[in-house]
Design a protein. Structure first.
Length: 510
């Protein structure tokens, strides 16, 4: 069985719980999958964590789980073995065969520290063998300290440890260059070049044996492990990796990775980050994932509303034998008659009257409408007039590729207050070829026989207002007509009347 979630957090350490808390507080259905193996499980206390100095790492995680549960976050013990992209969701498969799907995944599985191959190190890891002077240094300050260097970069660790004690020995494993020797000697640090053979815990201290047979007893040994990120389960997503030790995941400040549905935080993005850094990164990743989901919720709502609106137009056309008169729009015809024929695109072409008129005058005309019934009737009209015209079902100019010498939008209005008229007109402008024209004919005012304008009536703007709102680049567009034209009409009661048509004719100059 598959369980569906808004978000799945892989890893229940500090970063994962921080991400889960933010998601839970945002009322997202969230699951945390945790293997129960946090990186700092070897330490009894944590330090450098404001407000929690000296607290137990396991205690902090227990508190974090309780806090997240209070916001509806759920937990599952397990190991993720596969993370796959299924388009609208990600499929998360666990070792026991359990499968979850999520619209967003936050990776916080941390790292493993691969210690130098020295017998005894792992047994003493977290007790007398330490890695971070900031996390563990105060507790051993002033005592006999040592550093087991793993590379030239260990010089930085030696410098930090020397601040803690006057009694410091560094085991380089091989001779270092002269400049490093000068720096170490200047601070009275003892240098042992012979490789370390083994370490042994001894009455709370540590005996270090070298290949040369020397034994040095210290109270604590600092060393750096190689960070290992066990991210094989996500290999199929090909997430971007950084060129740094461990090849951590690349993520921005919101935790976003190279995959739009995957976020990451903690040591998988910064192997040397401490608890506070993981907390902050996890919190931002949780917020980042929620922000992505929120934006997607709105995108889906727009798509659903658009589909509903388009379905409404289809129903209106299908309910009648003929919806419009079938005659060309007089205002459009008067303007286009003076233009050289070329390619034309008519938005909201309806039953094809304008497109057929264009085709009869030499234009290679295409009409697009959201109604399949309208497009079918338009094609029948073209056939009856024996002209070649192309009719397509689509939602505006964005659904038709290519550029055109003339793009038309006649009376592109709707009674719906959220009708995206300006967006559709800007998309229409994007389909105009250099040297071509955009012609917008609109209702500039309600009909004179309308005594009261309904609250949700279409917004009727002047051509000047429309031009300002379109906000087209003035270096690329030249207005040719910006005016209101009077068109004779007949009122519902049969008396003569007139309508005001707004005309906006723009030429693309480049």
């Amino acid at each position: 069985m598959e369980n569906e979630w808004d978000a799945v957090v892989i890893g229940g350490g500090t970063a994962g719980l921080s991400a889960a808390q933010m998601l839970g507080r945002s009322r997202r259905r969230t699951l945390v999958i945790d293997s129960g193996m946090p990186r700092n499980r070897f330490a009894e206390h944590m330090h450098g964590v404001l407000g929690h100095d000296g607290s137990s790492p396991t205690g902090l995680l227990a508190t974090g789980r309780d806090e997240a549960r209070a916001y509806g976050v759920e937990f599952a013990a397990g190991v993720v073995i596969d993370l796959a992209d299924e388009g609208a969701v990600l499929r998360v498969t666990r070792e026991d065969g359990s499968v979850d799907t999520a619209r967003a995944v936050v990776i916080t599985t941390g790292i493993r520290d691969e210690l130098p191959d020295v017998p005894g190190l792992r047994e003493e890891w977290g007790r007398t063998v330490l890695h971070c002077p900031y996390c563990h240094g105060w507790e051993v300050a002033g005592r006999r300290l040592a550093v087991l260097a793993t590379s030239a970069a260990s010089l930085h660790q030696v410098e930090l440890v020397r601040q803690l004690s006057d009694d410091v020995t560094v085991f380089t494993g091989e001779p270092w260059d002269e400049s490093a020797i000068v720096r170490l000697s200047a601070r009275d640090i003892r240098i042992v070049a012979a490789p370390v053979r083994a370490v042994t815990g001894r009455d709370g201290a540590l005996a270090i044996e070298t290949e040369a047979g020397e034994e040095v007893v210290v109270d604590a040994l600092f060393t750096g492990g190689t960070p290992v990120l066990d991210l094989g389960y996500a290999d199929g997503l090909r997430l971007a990796r950084a060129e740094a030790p461990g090849s951590p995941l690349v993520a921005d400040l919101r935790g976003a990775t190279s995959h739009p549905r995957v976020f990451a935080a903690g040591n998988v993005t910064g192997p040397f980050g401490n608890v506070p850094l993981s907390m902050g990164a996890g919190s931002m990743a949780g917020a980042g994932a929620n922000a992505m989901l929120a934006a997607e919720d709105f995108d889906r709502a727009v798509e659903e509303r658009t589909a509903l609106r388009n379905a409404g137009w289809e129903q209106r056309y299908a309910a009648e034998e003929r919806f419009w008169s079938g005659r060309v729009n007089a205002t459009m015809a008067a303007i286009v008659s003076g233009l050289e024929p070329g390619t034309a695109l008519d938005l909201g072409s309806g039953e094809g009257g304008d497109v057929v008129w264009l085709a009869e005058r030499g234009w290679r005309a295409t009409g697009v409408d959201v109604s399949a019934t309208a497009a079918r009737r338009a094609a029948d009209l073209a056939a009856s007039h024996r002209v070649d015209a192309d009719f397509r079902v689509g939602d505006g100019a964005a659904s038709v590729p290519g550029e055109f010498d003339l793009v038309l939008a006649s009376f592109l209005h709707s009674w719906e207050p959220d009708f995206p008229r300006l967006r559709m007109l800007r998309e229409a402008a994007d389909r105009v070829a250099p040297g071509g024209r955009l012609l917008i004919v609109s209702h500039a005012a309600p009909p004179p026989w309308a005594r009261e304008v309904p609250v949700h009536a279409p917004v009727m703007r002047t051509p000047e207002e429309e031009l300002t709102l379109l906000d087209l680049d003035p270096t690329r567009w030249q207005p040719e007509l910006v005016e209101v034209r009077r068109r004779e009409a007949t009122a519902p009661d049969g008396t003569p009347a007139h309508l005001d048509d707004g005309v906006l004719l723009l030429r693309r100059v480049s």
